[in-house]
Design a protein around this ligand. Sequence first.
Ligand code: ZN
Length: 399
Amino acid sequence: MKLLPGPQLIMVLIDGLGDRPIKALENRTPLEAARTPTMDKMAREGTQGVYYPLGPGVPVGSGVAHNLLFEYDIEEYEGRGVLEVLGMGVELKKGDLCFRVNFATFNNRDVVLDRRAGRADKDLDEITLELNKAFNPNPFKKEIKLIHGFGHRGALIIRGWGGEVDLPEIDPQIEGMAIELPEGTREAELASFIFKTARKVMSDSVYNIKREKAALKPANGLLLRGASIYKPLESLEARTGLKSLAIAREHLYLGAARFAGMTTIQVDKDKDKVDKLMKNVHNYDFFFLHFKKTDTAGHDGKYMDKKKAIEEIDALIKPLLTLDNVAIVITGDHSTPCELKTHSGDAVPALFWGLNVPADEQVKFGERFARRGGAGQMHGGDVLRMLMNYAGRMVEYGL
Ligand SMILES: [Zn+2]
């Protein structure tokens, strides 16, 4: 499906944007209560709708949600491991097995005391070097590579593993619980080898003595999560002709964008993200701009923080309105209601604005306005298509 020529397309993704009315906000959601002059102008001049990422009432993780927004089918989702590893900038080949990893603190009976080793990353690069030596060579005759990411996070790649993988999380999720290692399959043996080797090497590591001297919790084991095998899929550009740029901070979102074949730029500070887009505005056809703070506030149940984060983003995206050849959608990847402190299967608001985009009757962006908006009710894969459609870039079906 190649597109017609027309305006450039921008997706502003406000993570976990959707919410529910909150009493303390006079029964408004954080988005409805936020002071958002930029989005209000866009609401007056554009069209809103709501969408369900996968279906009404089905909560989804951020990785899946992004794949759906980039118009992949749910069956094409490969798991968090692959997305995290891609997001770290690692080149993957078909058949590579990926995990996302937590450096964690255990007691000597393999009970998890802290799933994030106090979130301290001191000496984790050095511990990673020790582990990579210990993992290779190994009885599986495959290269095992650990990469340290931000803070307590990392990723693990087993090159050329192949086949399918169905492994439970090597992570009890709850602190105070012991690890249960899977048994009976080749993957289970591999996970067991990695876990036990890591526990031994990390417990004996001189760097953990240094951490303890610095009053930090030891990083004496790994939690292995999101096991998945990489299979390359057709890129967004190959499917649509859109040369695409993603701007984000966290590995998962950069990874979801790389999975879709986009060029990525990692930008630490929200205030620099729009600037990066403006500098690259002549070089790409589609831009994906990701903001994370709203989701974190939702998970913490901090509705005032979520409202403030929305207000900050509103101010930051104002320069986008000076671009005269663009069509923009502002949306979330799922709802993270502050009262639930987790993702829900609620509808997510979406606001379309820009060249060729018609106006509906709504004057402010928010959940209840979006439900009455001109774009109606959509699914995850419809959002980008609707943006292309409003921008006048869709080719007539059946021609
Ligand atoms: Zn999310």
